[in-house]
Design a protein around this ligand. Structure first.
Ligand code: SF4
Ligand code: SF4
Ligand code: SF4
Length: 276
């Protein structure tokens, strides 16, 4: 099956049923982590979440960037952008440096802190299913078509057509068309994306390309000094952010392990009315 694949998530069609969340857990054999799916966070045991934000239900998952920063910073090629779209992970190559976690503009890759041989974990756009000519598990189960699988270009055309057909309804923007050079996961909404918690401060050029262009045009001694200082500042700050999140994740893991031991938490629970 040739061509680049992707997902179109239309916020206006999502009813917050959580079927995509459950299907992802099942396909990836991931354990239950919270009593109610709307309370879950992305982690090494949860690759996609549904959240209530800005009066809408939204999804979070790896965006499968066209030129992924996570791939460009990995020193051993453990992450790879495949020809059909998925950004996949080769765990045998991974040395656990976690640069991908620092570099991802969407804060997606998570680490298996609780394991003796930890791996980086994230959505792989169901690469094995795509290779077999099947849609992603989350798109297959979505009852409303809010998550739609298809050729990336066809999804872009469809998103444009939906905006054209209902200009009063939709924000005139396809999120993921340009952000960081484009992503395989595309979003449509009837409210501004910042109200839904999506980053709207991202450049339209791929982050790895920007780094490369800057390095090409600046004399070596300036590059060495400024990139080093800028890099140290950025990595220090990003590392601090990641450390804070890691601490929260460990705390949450303690709480969720108690949940998973609670037999009353084993069933599927419907959507909560609370926003984050
Ligand atoms: S969203 Fe993050 S983890 Fe996913 S491909 Fe882009 S940079 Fe990599
Ligand atoms: S594409 Fe597959 S791995 Fe990614 S969120 Fe959907 S079901 Fe999970
Ligand atoms: S399965 Fe579809 S409608 Fe249900 S929460 Fe996921 S995207 Fe929304």
């Amino acid at each position: 099956m040739g061509g680049k694949k992707g997902l179109l998530f239309d916020v206006t069609l999502c009813i917050g049923c959580g079927a995509c969340y459950e299907a992802c857990k099942e396909r990836n054999r991931l354990p239950r982590t919270v009593a109610h799916f709307l309370d879950d966070q992305l982690s090494d045991r949860t690759y996609t979440v549904v959240k209530k934000r800005g009066g809408r239900f939204i999804r979070q998952l790896c965006m499968h960037c066209e030129v992924p920063t996570c791939v460009s910073v990995c020193p051993v090629g453990a992450l790879e952008k495949t020809a059909t779209g998925p950004v996949i992970y080769h765990e045998a190559r991974c040395i656990g440096c976690r640069y991908c976690m620092l570099a991802c503009p969407f804060d997606i890759p998570k680490y298996e802190w609780g394991k003796v041989l930890p791996r980086v974990r994230k959505c792989d756009l169901c690469a094995d299913r795509l290779a077999a000519g099947r849609p992603t598990a989350c798109a297959e189960v979505c009852p409303t078509g809010a998550t739609k699988f298809g050729d990336r270009q066809a999804l872009i055309e469809e998103a444009r057509a939906r905006i054209r057909a209902r200009p009063q309804k939709y924000v005139p923007r396809i999120y993921g068309l340009e952000e960081v050079g484009g992503t395989s996961v595309l979003l449509l909404s009837d409210v501004p994306f910042e109200r839904l918690g999506y980053r709207t401060d991202l450049l339209s050029e791929p982050l790895p390309l920007l780094t490369w262009q800057v390095l090409q045009k600046i004399p070596d001694f300036v590059v060495v000094g400024s990139v080093l200082l800028g890099g140290i500042w950025w990595i220090t700050n990003r590392r601090r952010e990641v450390q804070i999140r890691e601490r929260e994740e460990r705390k949450r893991r303690g709480a969720s392990e108690e949940v998973s031991r609670d037999p009353s938490a084993s069933g599927f629970v419907g959507p909560s009315q609370e926003e984050e």
